[in-house]
Design a protein. Structure first.
Length: 250
């Protein structure tokens, strides 16, 4: 029976230098557009990836866009779920059109709301001491979600923005958007955009191709929990947001 691992990337298989436990044994794993190193793997992460890669097919399941995935130095050869589940890439890198076209329609329907919220966030920044701005994340010409980062990397400053600006806007009329906040990253997504939906789609294709399969999910964030819960088994790195909400809480 074939085994497949749907794995988040950032803060799961690698992380930025500031999140590494120390400088020893680090190796570059992902790069910025200018070619400088973005993230690193530890010895333990490389040993784990080698073990996983030898025993199953690893399918990246990430918020990264196609360009961001290309700047990751780990070997992937099957499907890929990118843009928080907005796009599915087939083996070889082609786009799964059967998934993309319905997502394109759903995202364009959600765009006016995202634009309205972005204006609220930017207006809040102009009226307060907060200097962050909302940025629309697009790929393949499709607008997918908003992200806000604190320019000074003070992640705690995102909390009042979420509480006083974003959540009231969503609650006003019960708008169909969800919030994911982890560290210095506040993302606002249409409800239709979910890694779990894309993972279910890929898993169905894999079952059609291979028959019975075993699926594993691996991630660090609460936003990964839904797709991981749909897999047969879940893997959670120690010291992450999701570990704090589950294993460490016990």
């Amino acid at each position: 029976m074939k085994k497949f691992l749907f794995a988040d990337l950032d803060d799961t298989l690698f992380q930025t230098i500031g999140k590494c436990p120390g400088p020893d044994g680090l190796e570059p794993a992902a790069w910025y557009q200018d070619g400088s190193v973005c993230s690193y793997t530890t010895r333990a992460q490389r040993a784990l990836f080698s073990l996983l890669h030898d025993g199953m097919t690893v399918i990246p399941t990430t918020a990264r866009d196609r360009d961001g995935l290309r700047r990751v130095g780990l070997p992937f050869s099957s499907y890929a779920v990118i843009d928080y589940g907005g796009v599915v890439l087939e083996p070889g890198g082609g786009v799964d059109a059967s998934w993309m076209e319905p997502m394109r329609a759903a995202m364009h329907a959600a765009l006016p709301g995202l634009q309205e919220l972005a204006a609220h966030v930017d207006d809040h920044g102009a009226r307060s001491s907060y200097g962050g701005r909302a940025r629309m994340i697009e790929d393949f010409g499709i607008p997918f979600f908003l992200v806000v980062k604190d320019p000074d990397k003070e992640a705690s400053r995102l909390a009042p923005l979420e509480r006083d600006v974003v959540r009231p806007w969503i609650a006003d009329g019960d708008r169909p958007y969800v919030i994911h906040r982890n560290g210095n990253n506040l993302a606002i997504l249409p409800q239709a955009l979910d890694k779990a939906h894309a993972v279910a789609h890929v898993a169905a294709r894999l079952r059609a191709e291979h028959g019975d399969i075993v699926t594993f999910g691996m991630g660090d964030s609460r936003s990964d929990a839904r797709f991981m819960a749909d897999c047969d088994y879940a893997i959670i790195p120690r010291g992450t947001q999701l570990a704090g909400a589950t294993l460490e809480a016990l």
